[in-house]
Design a protein around this ligand. Structure first.
Ligand code: P6P
Length: 324
């Protein structure tokens, strides 16, 4: 079975970008090992600190962030990194060509209950000189990504990766300590009967989202004419992975709980990498009104409403928003 670097070489990915991806995966393998130890390593539970998002940091959030920061700073090709767990961007190597943004442990509220979590990463090229602690270098639309991926730490550790030539799955073979190719050119079914949304926020959504979900719940008798199923794992990585495997639509829309925030999920290290992956697999990823990867970022931690998954279902939701 082919290893990640062999597939990247076959796909013509330049050596310096392969190195950044390989360093990212060294970090993810270390995170996978720490997660598998769980309580035995005394690393579950929360710290006393809050991150820049105002969220209480889990011990493993901090550990995972440090692992990735450390391993990426060792790659001369990395100019700088941006992380959900870092207030500002971090300079690595001033001669480096690449910028890496990441959510080191997405879904970390699931850790203490032993449910799926994941690492999400996105790679951009630095388009101008300057140190990696200059946030402006990172403020590029998602269309500029040269690679994106996630590692889902589930019953098996699965890497999903795109460099713009489709989406491939790799499974961590713990005997050899390598991710090996297990599925090539993954395609998302264009239609679905399965939606994922946190229903407890229903009264805070905009009318178009309330109407779409109400119509889903009306099943075959309703205007959408099909019986839907629902899932909510509270881990974006797990939701996106399910959609890549069997189709579906995932939504974290704008809600009025905090009108100053356009959504919960972050554009640079959740919205954009997941959108690159979903579009490369034939799906669609929008705010409900515009493609997420077309957004020109203004801040490294800016949030974005997310509606992604099976192309035809996402476009149905867009029609509800166009109708207003
Ligand atoms: P809620 C995890 O904290 C996360 O950022 C995503 O992975 C997940 O989809 C969402 O938030 C869950 O949010 O409000 O349901 O806990």
């Amino acid at each position: 079975m082919m290893r990640v670097d062999e597939v990247l070489r076959r796909d013509g990915v330049p050596a310096d970008l392969r190195s950044v991806i390989n360093h990212t995966l060294i970090g993810c393998k270390e995170i996978a090992h720490k997660l598998s130890q769980g309580e035995l390593a005394g690393i579950l539970g929360s710290t006393e600190n809050e991150n820049v998002q105002g969220e209480t940091q889990k011990k493993l959030d901090v550990i995972s962030n440090e692992v990735l920061k450390q391993v990426l700073s060792q790659d001369p090709g990395v100019r700088g990194i941006a992380s959900e767990e870092e207030d500002n961007t971090v300079a690595c190597n001033d001669e480096g060509k690449y910028l890496v943004t990441f959510d080191p442990l997405d879904g970390s509220s699931n850790i203490d209950v032993n449910l799926s979590v994941g690492t999400i990463f996105s790679i951009l090229e630095a388009k101008q000189p300057g140190s990696g602690d200059n946030m402006d270098l990172f403020l590029q639309s998602g269309r500029n990504q040269v690679a994106a991926g996630y590692v889902l730490y589930g019953p098996s550790a699965i890497l999903v990766l795109t460099t713009g030539k489709g989406v491939n799955f790799f499974t961590l073979d713990r005997h050899i300590g390598e991710f090996v190719l297990t599925k090539e050119q993954v395609r998302i079914p264009e239609d679905t009967k399965e939606f994922a949304i946190n229903m407890s926020n229903q009264r805070f959504w905009e009318k178009p989202m309330q109407e779409y979900i109400a119509h889903c719940l009306q099943g075959e008798e309703g205007p959408l004419g099909k019986r839907y199923n629902m899932r909510w794992v509270a881990s974006m990585v797990a939701e996106v992975h399910r959609i890549l495997v069997r189709g579906g639509i995932f939504m974290y829309p704008w809600d009025s709980r905090d009108p100053s925030k356009p959504g919960k999920l972050r554009l640079m290290y959740e919205g954009n990498p997941m959108s690159f992956i979903v579009e490369q697999a034939g799906g669609r990823s929008t705010t409900g009104r515009e493609d997420i990867m077309d957004i020109q970022p203004e801040d490294i931690h800016q949030r974005v409403p997310v509606v992604l998954g099976s192309k035809n279902e996402v476009e149905t939701v867009m029609r509800y928003h166009q109708a207003g």
